[in-house]
Design a protein around this ligand. Sequence first.
Ligand code: C2O
Ligand code: CU
Ligand code: CU
Length: 569
Amino acid sequence: MNEPIDARRRRLLQYSGLGLLTLSGFTGWLRAMESEAMPSLPKMAPNRASPGFKPDVEIELSCRPGSLSILPGAATRVQQYAAHLIKGPENTLTNLPASYLGPVMRLQKGQKIRIHLRNELDEPTITHWHGLHVPASMDGHPRYAVDQGETFVYEFEVLNRAGLYLYHPHPHGATASQVYHGLAGAILVNDEEERALDLPSGEYEIPIVIQDRSFDEHNQLRYLRGMHDRMLGFYGDRILVNGRPDFRIDVATRAYRLRFMNGSTARIYKLAWDDGTPVTVLGVDGGLLEKPVNKPYVMLAPGERLDVWADFSGRGVGSRLAMRSRSFSGVLPRMGGHGMGGAMMAENELPVGSDYPIFTAHVIRKVGASPALPTRLCKIARYQTEDAANPKQPVPIGISEGPMAMLLNGRAYAYDDVQPNERIPFDTLQLIEIFRPEGAGHSGDGERRDQQPAMAGMGMGRGMRGTGMMGGMRMGGATGMMMSMAHPIHMHGQAFQIISRTIHEAHTEAYASVRDGFIDHGWKDTVLVMPGERVRLIKPFRDYKGIFMVHCHNLEHEDAGMMRDFHIV
Ligand code: C2O
Ligand code: CU
Ligand code: CU
């Protein structure tokens, strides 16, 4: 508190309710955030169409500024995807009504896809196919970002199984802002295995893309109001589904398939039906589960998806069923002894972890028959730890969440900065552990002793020595601040399987409010890692060599540098 701070910082800190944390470490971090510009790579020529590639589907996709009416009154300026089908089945592209979201792309496993991405924004962009397993050069790595007026041509084959995937921008430092302003869309992949189940389709299959936004008095999107929005993530005060406020679906008395995606930049949901009906889950990020599972509620973090069976057949015409986000705790920091919600979210009318509605289903029509819920969906070969090439030496993904640093493996994202433990042998199955290294931003929450063996076991000294980690440690210790929050960790490339979750006893109380909401037995590409939690997973690194990213899908964290490259060699 002795250190003088300039007026701007004081304003930010007051606004954020972090005034009590005006500590040397925090202002240092602030300074770093304000001044840090990443050295840019030499500009690459955007990829062109290759004559040898014969696409089954060819799409022109542009990113452009737009404007549409979301709330009553003035139209809202947004950024949006617009697409045009050059070649392929007619049902490949479907626009969501009155939405800024990009069209839903329906792709078939095995199809060859060519997409011409044209940047009509006045800033660089590049698009990533979240969850799709494509070559490194087609993955939308930020190094491929194109300038205004340029076109990047993607060519890849759909290798993924049926599932809901997504596309969104991935330019370094601006992913969150572009997604927030509207650039995102859903990709539905179909395959034979799924078709054989004859699940509800057509008008009975509905995408539910959940986002939170904040509007000013002129109906314009408000974003990043201060330092704490960058540090904790941006939380809007208005829930939109498929880009619409107060979303409702009109349904018949039969079963539906609802395809959920959390398209928010930071907000985590705890989804539950308001009348206590269990949520019947058919699938997660990487497609169908082996069999449907009933959950009292499901946690859905940014980037995660959920395939839900919703049966309205027992309900009367005129009845309603709402999906809500139910209350939970623990995902945002407790600071300076103040309970979270209070100190950090004072400015927000929709606190994270409070109880609020997402959308409502209105039963408006009676129909005679409804399909029955299949008892089995598909076969998933489960990995065991021993199947991995490194059962004793997991590849580390160390979360640092100190006041000076939102980092992975102790380093802020930088191009061409792959460390020895981020180099992955090609064509292997790897055990990966996500954890908080000792002292990385923590103090006084009892995690340190617990984390030590993992550090030792991984020879962390080698790859993680140096400024990042050690700096983070010292700062974490010096501030005496408890910075512990949930991070949805996402990996590009192939989907993975979650092997185990271990929660430190200091965090079990908050954990109890979320623990029944995880579905860990399917294929995943994003996993919510709670404070005090250590997650082990197994991921294949097959088919493609090259650079694939790992990052927090709290997109403000990603943009703050909580991202690394894995180099598959
Ligand atoms: Cu959906 Cu690299 O992100
Ligand atoms: Cu991704
Ligand atoms: Cu994060």
